[in-house]
Design a protein around this ligand. Structure first.
Ligand SMILES: [Zn+2]
Length: 158
């Protein structure tokens, strides 16, 4: 039996964050509410209600900032100049994939690239963050590698 993978732990590790109770709680909450954007104080309230225990305010604020820095959360400033946070929308993520020009299969590159895929995604996110800082909007990246897949090259049937 393979060990079950906790996606939240994986995400934290992949982004160089410690897998603390608070980090798992906060990231888990955002991922479970993908279309909700919350302010620091709203988040503090809702987590206290969900968990029946209050997270330290400073810890929570630092954590949210850190998650935003590494690109797991998206920070937007609303019309009242209040910062709101939400889970990074999928449309913002670059998901490297391979388009075979022979069999026309489209497959994610995560397995083939292993650890390198994190570098690619991080580079893409950094580029988007840099553009956003310059005032660009409506960002998405289509990260496709086009060529002939290994199976087509070797002539294996599939
Ligand atoms: Zn192919």
């Amino acid at each position: 039996m393979t060990k079950p993978i906790d996606p939240i732990n994986e995400l934290l590790t992949a982004h160089g964050l410690r897998r603390t109770y608070a980090a798992k709680l906060v990231l888990g909450w955002f991922l479970a509410h993908p279309n909700t954007s919350y302010t620091h104080s709203q988040l503090l309230l809702v987590l206290a209600k969900d968990q029946h225990e209050e997270l330290d305010k400073v810890t929570l604020y630092r954590l949210v900032d850190r998650l935003t820095q590494v690109g797991l959360l998206l920070c937007r400033v609303d019309t009242n100049r209040v910062r709101r946070f939400q889970a990074m929308p999928v449309s913002v993520h670059a998901i490297p994939h391979f388009e075979c020009q022979s069999c026309h299969r489209d497959s994610p590159l995560a397995d083939a690239l292993k650890a390198n895929v994190d570098d690619l995604e991080r580079a893409a996110q950094n580029a988007l963050a840099a553009l956003e800082a310059l005032g660009y909007q409506g960002h998405s990246i289509d990260f496709a590698v086009r060529g002939v897949c290994a199976e087509c090259v070797t002539g294996a049937s599939h």
